[in-house]
Write a protein that binds this ligand. Sequence first.
Ligand SMILES: [Zn+2]
Length: 275
Amino acid sequence: MPAKGKHRRPKSQRITRKLAVAGTGGAALALPLMAATGAHATTASHPADGKKAAAATYTVKPHDTLAKIAHKKHVRGGWKHLYHLNRKVVGSDPDLIHPGEKLVLGAKHTAGAAKAKASPSSAAQSSAAKGTDTAAQTSGSGYTLPVDGATLGTPWHQAGSMWSSGYHTGQDFIVPTGTPVHAVADGTVVTAGWGGAYGNQVVIQHSDGKYSQYAHMSALKVTAGQTVKEGQEIGVSGATGNVTGPHVHFEIRTTPDYGSDIDPVAYLRSHGVNV
Ligand SMILES: [Zn+2]
């Protein structure tokens, strides 16, 4: 019966995809990124680079990631471009950079970036030894960003045929696989596990009745029923589920379920978070 066969095919595809992710871990997750970087490299040169030849450099410090550096130094094109510029130094894995490596920073994406030279240095470094590996920059309002050093990706409610609702239900934060993901506020974990197209996901209920969702993670660090604190690491970013590259898909919802999303960036901003 052809109808039956048709029905079965998606099922087996789903299984093989799951196995591929579970079996090869980080190596497989890095692939879409490499492909993207490769494609980028073939598309001629960067017009902006021509205008200022004296490129600034940066020496990698302990606990740095490409995303953090790109964010801190306002690198145009974010960590992906930073990686592209420094491919020879960094090597094939953008998650692996070493203290002491010298990176070229390329063009900056904001005008008033000159003052960035003033060195943020030691204050941030000294907290690194404590437990909360990347003590997320808290706003003081009880809310914080889901990931540090991200470039904003696909925005909430962008229309597109690849989403079953017809539009994007969250805000994407572009970060390399392996970036710590933080609870944006205190709450209780209501979901922690495989979410189909969302890959490995966590949903947290907050005291204001809203829910935050974090998707496509490579590893989860919490379980359902657990209480979490603002800024607590709940997982590690990745590219599980339906994605074209590593990022964190972040939603704010009025219920624990898909389809009740509200503007996540407006929500964070209303709580004093600088997005
Ligand atoms: Zn998304």
